[in-house]
Design a protein around this ligand. Structure first.
Ligand code: APR
Ligand code: PHB
Length: 389
């Protein structure tokens, strides 16, 4: 079998890249180790930068999103007894779009199916060969049968636990990582959101986030010890703790209900460099991870897809390799700014086990400066709505 771009991973990165290339006449095959149902069962974040929305519109996959999404012009930040709003619209002229990543992935799968996009599910043993030559190929196994795909390029869109990153030799790869000493316990509940915008709240009991998917589907998180498991938390215990971590005016009117999903995610900052080795390009979570505080996971995957798609189109349509030659440099420049913002937002609002009285005073001063200083709020807003591609 032969294709122009073999894509490992059928999550948002792989699907969006595949669709954008296919719409421009470039042949791709997506290899996904799970089933479509499994991929769609993953609960992930739901705040999209306008850059991502534009990319979905470019791919002609944004119709349902444009109909069903919510536009958020700001967010509430709460810390201890104070709270304030960061007005994205007033500070940047822009906004964010609230639309679940699950829905993004669903829309992308529907679009791929409508164009007879080639996606192979339940692949096992995907292996990338000769990536550092001009004749790379990928082998994999499905239902006991071995397959080989010869290609021009391989896009590693297989997430943090995929095989692509490790295809790049350790002698070439540089990895940067920061592990946080806590996780986020998240629940999904078929209840109306407590507020019409997100609430990021730091308290002496720990961080909490009030988010949403639609007017009757809310997403809430509380910071929790890494030793916790979802079964350690009854719904009642979760709601009680959440209400103790958010401003009273919201706690009083919060409508709780049974959780339809409950999970704990550890927080990590991670970047691998370079994001290209020969004819292999890493994209999305395969190359970088951010703590979810800044809602940058999907949005950094989107800018990777933007740069890689444009670089590959330039190669195929103009015979010019400048875009793919500069892919890693351009993608990493934006990724590191998202890593910084996500780290700073996490440091601003979470309780750290090793924090002493001085650290807490510094954290309070950070929040006060953000609350009181328009330029500081503008910097936060520019990062949150998304820095330019
Ligand atoms: N072979 C084939 N597919 C694989 C392999 C493999 N060896 N390893 C992983 N995959 C698949 C996973 O099953 C998953 O569907 O690759 C896909 C990677 O998708 P994501 O992890 O969602 O990563 P990405 O597409 O880059 O999306 C980034 O989505 O999942 C969120 O937190 C993530 O917000 C971030 C965004
Ligand atoms: C979510 O809705 O899941 C969400 C929103 C904002 C974040 C993280 C998660 O920063």
């Amino acid at each position: 079998m032969r294709t122009q771009v073999a894509i490992v991973g059928g999550g948002p990165s792989g699907l969006l890249l595949s669709h954008l290339l296919h719409r421009n006449g470039i042949d791709t095959i997506v290899l996904e180790r799970k089933t479509k149902e499994y991929v769609l069962s993953r609960i992930r974040a739901g705040v999209l930068e306008t850059g991502f929305v534009d990319l979905m519109r470019e791919a002609k996959v944004a119709d349902r999103m444009d109909k069903e999404c919510m536009i958020h012009d700001g967010t509430v930040i709460s810390y201890g007894n104070s709270q304030f709003r960061i007005d994205f619209k007033e500070l940047t002229g822009s906004h964010v779009v609230v639309y679940g990543q699950t829905e993004v992935t669903r829309d992308l799968y529907e679009a791929r199916d409508a164009m007879d996009g080639k996606i192979v599910f339940n692949t096992e043993g995907v292996t990338i060969h000769d990536a550092d030559t001009v004749t790379p190929y990928v082998t994999y196994n499905v239902s006991g049968a071995e397959h080989r795909i010869d290609c021009d390029f391989v896009a590693g869109c297989d997430g943090f636990h995929g095989v692509s990153r490790n295809t790049i030799p350790l002698s070439v790869r540089r990895e940067y990582e920061k592990l946080y000493p806590f996780g986020w316990l998240g629940i999904l509940s078929e209840t109306p959101p407590v507020h019409d915008e997100l609430i990021y709240s730091g308290s002496d009991r720990g961080f909490a986030l009030c988010s949403m998917r639609n007017q009757n589907l809310s997403r809430y998180y509380i910071q929790c010890p890494l030793s916790d498991t979802p079964s350690d938390w009854t719904d009642a215990a979760f709601w009680q703790e959440l209400k103790r971590r958010i401003p009273e005016e919201f706690a009083e009117k919060l409508i709780s209900g049974p959780s339809i999903e409950k999970s704990i995610a550890p927080l990590r900052s991670f970047v691998t460099e370079p994001m290209r080795w020969g004819r292999l390009f890493l994209c999305g979570d395969a190359a970088h991870i951010v703590p979810p505080t800044g809602a940058k996971g999907l949005n950094t995957a989107a800018s990777d897809v933007h740069y890689l798609n444009n670089g590959l189109l330039q190669f195929y349509q103009e015979g010019n390799s400048e875009g793919i030659d500069r892919y890693s440099e351009k993608a990493l420049a934006r990724i590191w700014k998202a890593e910084r913002f996500s780290w700073a937002a996490t440091k601003l609002l979470h309780n750290f086990p090793d924090q002493n009285a001085f650290d807490l005073k510094i954290q309070q001063a950070d929040v006060d400066f953000l609350s009181d200083n328009r330029e500081a709020r503008s910097v936060f807003a520019q990062n949150y709505v998304g820095l330019p591609y």
